[in-house]
Ligand binder design. Structure first.
Ligand SMILES: [Zn+2]
Length: 298
């Protein structure tokens, strides 16, 4: 009881004297990165959870209300949120967070996108028409994104700019060490062929060197068809995959079906912060992702 009272008093004492920077993050990974940089100087609203399909979110009133009071929107970009964020921004009536304003930040602008199609084609429901938007799963991307985000936060909240710089620097140091550890742990994954439900893991595969040999969805965002699944099972004869990967938000049916027909394990990965109980922050996201991949290999 005394401990509780003490910790309550401590948290009251730690409240910042000035109002915190109001951040609206479209996805849990950007909320987590803003928290690493900003600590208690920022107040963060996360628009989606790891158990939602971020390609398909409804622009509901609660999102509008949060966007209205935001000073900084942190989005992925690369058209990931194209189905809902433009509507939320427009209807928020908040001029400060419109695209082109300092209050609008797109992480994808700071990384090299993979799988950018030569010709833009949204036909047949392709949700990756601007290139693959799932950039959070190459941890090396967090350096440039984090550096740019810290600078932007400082621009919007000059008194705390030094704190954001220091927060980023501290994060980057720990992150560098963690990446070295993850790369060592994940060595057995090099060259391993895998199937994926959705093209969620191209950056992860690019980083760790495993190979995607088939996708359960016939096109990004199009539900797996029985024809597609059967052809993947048939292909196991000549190009055998070692496991079938899906994200926490995806239904397990298609990958469990593949698993039952082929005997390869179906592996669920957190995909973002909060996707599993172990993925509580950015560090936990990659700790748990690699642990699950290695477990699937054995
Ligand atoms: Zn996608």
């Amino acid at each position: 009881m005394i401990k509780l009272v003490v910790s309550l008093l401590m948290s009251l004492a730690c409240l910042p004297a000035t109002a915190a920077l109001q951040v609206f993050a479209t996805a849990p990974e950007w909320a987590a990165l803003a928290r690493e940089i900003g600590g208690d100087k920022v107040s963060i609203y996360t628009a989606t959870t790891a158990l939602q399909d971020i390609h398909r979110i409804t622009a509901k009133p609660s999102l509008l209300a949060q966007a209205r009071r935001a000073q900084l929107v942190v989005a992925t970009g690369a058209e990931l949120e194209i189905g809902w964020l433009p509507l939320v921004l427009r209807d928020s009536g908040n001029a400060a967070i419109q695209p082109g304003q300092p209050g609008y930040f797109e992480a994808a602008r700071y990384v090299t996108l993979l799988d950018v199609p030569a010709v833009l084609d949204r036909s047949q429901g392709d949700v990756h028409a601007a290139g693959n938007p799932h950039i959070q799963l190459d941890p090396r991307n967090m350096f440039r994104i984090g550096e740019a985000l810290a600078a932007r936060m400082g621009e919007l909240d000059p008194p705390n700019a030094p704190a954001y710089q220091a927060g980023y620097k501290e994060f980057a140091g720990k992150w560098q060490a963690a990446i070295a550890r993850w790369e060592k742990e994940a060595l057995p994954l090099r060259g391993v062929p895998v199937l994926v439900h959705h093209d969620s893991f191209v950056y992860l595969a690019h980083w760790l060197g495993f190979k995607t040999t088939g996708t359960l969805e016939p096109k990004p965002g199009v539900e797996p068809t029985s024809g597609q699944l059967s052809s993947l099972v048939a292909r196991q004869q000549n190009t055998p995959a070692k496991m079938v990967l899906r994200s926490a938000y995806q239904s397990d049916g298609p990958s469990l079906w593949i698993s039952s027909k082929t005997g390869i394990p179906a592996v669920m990965l957190p995909f973002t912060v909060g996707g599993t109980p172990e993925a509580g922050d950015l560090f936990g996201l990659f700790d748990d992702t690699i642990r699950r991949l290695l477990k699937g290999l054995n």
